[in-house]
Design a protein around this ligand. Structure first.
Ligand SMILES: O=C(O)CCC(=O)C(=O)O
Ligand SMILES: [Fe+2]
Length: 222
């Protein structure tokens, strides 16, 4: 629901996108007619396949052979209730995604997503590109890779006076909820940076401290 921090933003979603029963329950909440139900089911299935595949390729590029098939996955539709009066206002505050990997389908027409340069902190706009997805790493990626991968700070601003919709799928954390860098990422030169932690605890920590941009990782330093 819209909040004091992000009054133009609302979202609804489901957990777990890999579970046909969860997707069905979500469709029932929406009172989705059969053709919409089928479209949502296929979209969740295909984007889940895609995110698991991207994660495996990412791991393999780091020399690790692992499967992300059973990692819980959240699916969310974001809606920004923009009007001509809200141009220039915040859509979503600066944040990092808390999980491992996000695949985002941007609005085809309305831009406004900005990503921060990790060194300078400067924001650059991401122009919407029809037919593409955007891949983004979250806090769990930083911890799980022992600091090899970088979480990305981003925000959404209202740049046009019309509603904006984006669809995100989030691969969150290992299925046992415990985030721990595999041994392959740990060496004498690169000692373990973070203690083992529960993703659910970390998510609660982010909420309770209102630290939404990965600051909480500093609390988990080994
Ligand atoms: O709507 C967007 O472009 C980004 C949404 C986002 O950052 C999120 O859902 O975490
Ligand atoms: Fe995000």
């Amino acid at each position: 629901a819209p909040s004091a921090t992000n009054p133009l933003y609302e979202a609804f979603g489901l957990y777990d996108a890999a579970s046909p029963a969860d997707v069905d329950a979500f469709c029932s909440c929406l009172d989705a007619p059969p053709h919409a139900r089928e479209a949502i089911r296929r979209y969740a299935e295909k984007t889940h396949e895609m995110i698991v595949d991207i994660a495996a390729k990412l791991a393999s590029s780091l020399g690790l052979d692992c499967s992300f098939q059973d990692w819980p996955c959240q699916f969310r539709i974001n809606r920004y209730n923009y009007t001509p009066d809200t141009v220039g206002k915040t859509g979503v505050q600066i944040h990092t995604d808390s999980g491992f990997l996000t695949v985002l389908q941007e609005d085809d027409c309305v831009g406004g997503l900005d990503v921060a340069d990790p060194v300078t902190g400067e924001f650059s706009p991401v122009e919407p590109l029809y037919g593409t997805f955007l891949v983004n790493l979250g806090d769990v990626a930083t911890a799980w890779s022992n600091g090899t991968l970088h979480n990305v700070r981003h925000r959404v601003r209202c740049v046009a006076g019309m509603p904006r919709i984006s669809i995100a799928i989030f691969l969150l954390a290992p299925s046992d909820d415990m985030v721990r860098a595999p041994e392959a990422f740990v060496s004498a030169e690169l000692p373990r940076r973070f203690r083992d932690f529960s993703y659910e605890d970390y998510r609660r920590l982010r909420q309770s401290t209102s630290e939404h941009a990965g600051e909480g990782l500093a609390r988990l330093v080994a």
